[in-house]
Design a protein around this ligand. Sequence first.
Ligand code: DGL
Length: 269
Amino acid sequence: MNPAPIGVFDSGLGGLSVLREIRALLPHESVLYLADSKYAPYGEKPEKFVEARTLQACEWLIAQGCKALVIACNTATGHAVELLRKQLPLPIIGVEPGLKPAAAASRSKVVGVLATANTLKSAKFARLLASLDGESRFICEAGLGLVSLIEQGDIDGPAVRERLDTYLTPMLEAGADTLVLGCTHYPFLSGTIRAMVGDQLALVDTGSAIARQLARKLAEHKLAAAPDATPHDRFASTKDAAHLRAMAATLLQVEADAETVVIEPAPAL
Ligand code: DGL
């Protein structure tokens, strides 16, 4: 039995949608959540920056005593997970857009994919698409601007709706009946998307699958906390603890104990 925390990392607030599922499945595990909000969005940054910054963030989480890491960011996983698995000595759970479950669920076999520009550009995503060749037609759109709006706490304002309308219209016109939320920030837009498109699109997000994968890895590596352990969660932001605290209260209905932390960029960044 291991009481150490699980490190959950995202460029910002999006990983809170994954944390919500981890909390539901593994209520006795402690979590240290790190939001690199000072440098979000990652989806529109140079790929090398995303890779190096993700490695730095994970090294910080390990230095805080984490026993396993969840990279709760599709963009960071897409560009850095292979490097992390080579360099870091602990179980690492990454995320990827849920194309497989979406293709299986779609009746029209036309699936919309909303993800960051960097996720859509990554070699990992190209391999995922290729592995599903013939399963469905995927209409991919980069959700430019959405992460910045969500970081500010805007999940249903006119700017969000205008952008969603731009990205979802071509998918609906192509006959999509399923939408992959390929960025962990986007589940916070589920209510707005639902209000805009009704039941024309079934929404696929992989938060609960990630939590199950984490549970499997903890069991496999004998790292699970005791079933009667009392969890102690910590929330850290590289930008503004008060904002993270407020967002955790708004988005998760959680009273978070949050701190602002400094993780200096590596000299080359
Ligand atoms: N939550 C991140 C993801 O899943 C957002 C990336 C960003 O910062 O643009 O891709």
